[in-house]
Design a protein around this ligand. Structure first.
Ligand SMILES: Nc1nc2c(ncn2[C@@H]2O[C@H](COP(=O)(O)OP(=O)(O)O[C@H]3O[C@H](CO)[C@@H](O)[C@H](O)[C@@H]3O)[C@@H](O)[C@H]2O)c(=O)[nH]1
Length: 550
């Protein structure tokens, strides 16, 4: 029989040349995957002996003070500390100086995404964020970190990414709850929007279980423990300022305003502030023996050694305007039109109080500086420009307002030089607190703060600040506090009370803690005191004496 036509003919065995390549390829791929998995799980022994932490913030690192303070605290223990986030602003100088801090920058989403509608751009943006977070956490941080501390919000995609990586690399997750992401999205899209409901579900699922949860307020702790039944260690870490946030001497004020002088020689401040002559005087300070009228010489202008200080130290001018500072990220949860309307109303009050024929308390000129960067800045500055230059009417005579961004080293100096702080934080969740007020208190600056449900955890009416709900009330607060400035008794009393309550004499027992609005309990201190008391035990509690070799 012809073997070619036989139905029972055996199937020809394929030549080794046909089955060998796929088999080899599969084997190689399996071997590579095994190697990659082993590398990620058990990487080569580290060349250092420190424990390690990744601090992840899906924002500009330089504008995330709390995460920079965490990084500095971890690095000082010392932990090998990887701070992952976006670039943009310069981080605080002290962070650059500590050893063991590594900055890992994520790649920015392309700028055209911000120009297309949110519902279309969001998925692209999130896809890019996922890729860059995975790359940073798996490949740029070579050794598996012991802890991953993540800021929430933003929650999407960070919480899910951190959950995944912690499983691959065996890290413990600490969630630092600054606010609730879905409440911020709701400001843009409304409570009922599908995206908001999905975001809430996402945050509740991926935020529920962690090694530890840190909260910025007691209110946020109580709410999340009740609503989402959080699993893990829970601790409240109130924001506190770092040590170098303090009231500034006239000499520091003088140095700062010498640097900021160009702002005062152009519109809208030129001609509004008292005449000054660098380097002897600024709009707020003067050196008593210096001739005010003496024009600055080129050598004097370029003198940065401060030789004039040796002649006579600077002091605050009695004819200075009152200096009000507000700081912001110019986001929709802060309605700056309240401040603009309050300034407009103050202008009217000042005109009335300062008419020469009128006796009684006078009101000072106001210089208002709004610091910060953010999306709504241009819109508000345009409105402000119209008000103060008086397009279609008479402009302001008693008030000027400008905005600026200060280097991290100068920001506390400005706060420590000002007379009054303003806070318009309204809290999308009513569960977080404004860090800017903490900064201001650190600099001995009393605040006027927009009231919202948990503000009383920080601002104690009449003790460290005053609150308001409307623009009219804010203008009244300015009038009450600044009457007869610079010898303003109400402001001086508030400043003294802030100082005494935040610096009780050593050995003073803390006042009894009470719940609710009338709670005047206020434990102050520096970030370090607070962090060492709250976070340090959480991260060191699994270390036995034998393990602790540092
Ligand atoms: N270097 C510099 N920093 C500035 C400037 N202006 C503002 N900042 C920084 O920007 C912060 C203000 O940012 P906001 O976004 O307005 O909010 P916040 O008051 O800091 O509160 C945020 O952080 C809390 C946790 O720390 C959150 O709980 C809260 O929800 C919010 O995200 C200030 O505290 C300060 O650190 C400036 O000119 N220069």
């Amino acid at each position: 029989m012809d073997p070619a036509t036989s139905s029972t003919a055996p199937t020809p065995t394929p030549a080794p040349t046909t089955w060998l390549p796929p088999l080899l390829t599969t084997a190689v791929l399996l071997w590579l995957s095994w190697k990659l998995w082993r590398f990620l799980k058990y990487p080569p022994p580290p060349s250092f002996r420190y424990r390690s932490v990744v601090i992840l913030v899906l924002g500009d690192i330089g504008r995330s003070p709390r995460m920079m303070y965490h990084a500095e605290s971890f690095a000082r223990i010392p932990f090998e500390t990887y701070l992952i986030g976006y670039g943009g602003s310069e981080p605080i100088p002290s962070l650059r100086r500590v050893p063991h801090v590594h900055f890992v920058y994520l790649s920015e989403p392309p700028s055209f995404l911000s120009k297309i509608p949110f519902v279309i751009s969001a998925p692209f943006k999130i896809g890019l964020q996922i890729a860059s977070i995975l790359y940073a956490l798996l490949f740029q941080v070579i050794n598996p970190p012991e802890f991953i501390l993540v800021q929430n919000p933003p929650s999407i995609p960070t919480l899910a990414m951190v959950w995944l990586i912690s499983r691959i690399r065996g890290s413990k997750v600490i969630i630092d709850w600054h606010n609730l992401g879905y409440t911020i999205l709701a400001l843009k899209l409304g409570d009922k929007h599908l995206f908001v409901r999905l975001a809430k579900k996402f945050e509740a699922v991926f935020g529920r279980v962690a090694y530890a949860h840190l909260f910025v307020t007691q209110a946020m702790h109580d709410f999340l423990v009740k609503e989402w039944d959080l699993v893990g260690i829970k601790a409240i870490l109130h924001d506190r300022p770092p040590k170098h946030f303090r009231r500034m001497s006239a000499q520091s004020v003088h140095r700062l305003f010498r640097e900021l002088a160009p702002h005062f020689t152009q519109a809208p401040l030129a001609g509004f502030v008292p005449p000054f002559s660098l380097p002897y005087s600024t709009p707020f300070t003067t050196t008593p023996s210096a001739p005010h009228s003496k024009p600055p010489t080129s050598s004097a202008q370029s003198d940065s050694s401060g030789t004039y200080d040796k002649v006579s130290p600077p002091e605050m001018r009695s004819d200075r305007p009152a200096l009000i500072v507000s700081s912001t990220s110019w986001t929709p949860d802060e309605d700056f039109s309240i401040l603009l309307r309050a300034l407009d109303s103050y202008e009217k009050k000042a005109r009335k109080a300062n008419t020469p024929s009128k006796s009684g308390k006078k009101l000072p000129k106001l210089v208002v500086i709004i610091t910060g960067k953010g999306p709504q800045k241009a819109m508000y500055m345009e409105k402000l420009h119209k008000l103060q230059t008086g397009k279609g009417g008479e402009g302001w005579k008693w008030v000027r307002c400008i905005s600026m961004w200060l280097e991290a080293k100068d920001y506390p100096i400005l706060l420590g030089s000002a007379d009054l702080g303003v806070c318009l934080h309204s809290s999308s969740s009513a569960l977080d607190l404004p860090m800017k007020v903490v900064d201001m208190f650190g600099c001995g600056l009393p605040v006027c703060a927009l009231d919202f449900p948990c503000l009383h955890e920080l601002v104690k009416e009449g003790i460290n600040g005053v609150t308001f709900q409307t623009a009219e009330q804010l203008a009244d607060r300015f009038e009450e506090l600044l009457s007869s400035f610079p010898n303003a008794p109400a402001l001086a009393a508030l400043r003294l009370s802030l100082h005494e309550s935040s610096h009780p004499p050593p050995g003073t027992p803390p006042p009894p803690r009470r719940r609710g609005k009338e709670d005047v309990h206020w434990e102050w201190g520096t970030w370090d005191d607070n962090w060492n008391k709250v976070v340090r035990p959480i991260i060191l509690n699994d270390v036995t004496k034998e393990d602790a070799w540092w």
